[in-house]
Design a protein around this ligand. Sequence first.
Ligand code: SAH
Length: 376
Amino acid sequence: MRQWHIPTFRLKMYFCKPILVCKRMDSKTLISQLEETQILSKQEFADLIARHTEDDAQFLFERARVVRERYFGKSVYLRGLIEISNYCANDCYYCGIRRSNDTADRYRLTEEDILACCEEGYQLGFRTFVMQGGEDAHFTDEVLVHLIRNIKSRFPDCAITLSLGERAKERYQKLFDAGADRYLLRHETANAQHYAQLHPAWMSHARRIQCLWDLKEIGYQVGTGFMVGTPFQTPELLAEDMLFIKELQPQMVGIGPFVPHHATPFANETGGTVEQTLFMLGLLRLMMPQLLLPSTTALGTIDKTGREKGLMAGANVVMPNLSPVSVRKKYDLYDNKICTGDESAQCVNCLGVRIASTGYRIEESRGDAPGWDNRQ
Ligand code: SAH
């Protein structure tokens, strides 16, 4: 027995070794598997994010374009971004409009200002208005309900998206009942410990995540997302973001590189890269083929043709700025933000040319999530 036992063991070791080596799948196989099954394990996502080559990335983007065109053809959806206030009660370490930034030049738009932006946007072909801002107590439920009703009565064929941070569920409900269609709230990071490294202790990760579930339950089309390359981020944490998004099943995911702002605690941190952001866009497209995926301003900020590259990596939405030129520089989330000097019309024309260069084209519609039965 003993004589046989040892060689058998050795034999097993010998045959097991190549099997162990094969077990780590190469990146292209993982990408194909993601396309086929629309999910990977946390370890597989992390490996892919950490180990892919430029060649793997090109392969991913090709597959992402095929998948994107299956559902959206060559269309790119437009959303007009109106930055309604840079007052903020929160104090996110990465954000230029955080409340501790005494150097921020604060402003808020009036209802009249906002309606004028919508009017201009409507003429330019926008059918979605995104109202984004810091958490500004001025925008009570009453103020917002009045504003939403007014926009809806003047532009009944337009969708309203809000991106105004965390609120109690019944307050989100009031805004939904007034006519808001969609809500954007990036989860920022799916990991509570990482969240605590990016925010002061009094800001709660659990509360932010709960807000997302509340928004879904109410019936909003929900957008979430995260920055790529924030301090302390690792491939494992990005893998957790992917899995959280898969679980939440949002209609939209906004991702862009972290870009340092000079008057924040992260002023001297390194920003995210174009390559890593594009790779995450491609992965998101394969994981959720019908996702609305913007090619963000932050991506256009760190690379002159970043937004075009985003579209070529699987993105299908652009969000040009419709804010009045007088306030654009003040909505200063990060340094060197682009499009802060141009009139809205210039932004739209410029984007139109950029999009045409990719072979895609702007579609003039609300651009709801595929299959979404809107309330009109
Ligand atoms: N108050 C709203 C809007 C926040 S600003 C809310 O809480 O959702 C919109 C997004 O800008 C944030 O969710 C964040 O992901 C991004 N952002 C903030 N600072 C940034 C920075 N320094 N670099 C890149 N993106 C940033």
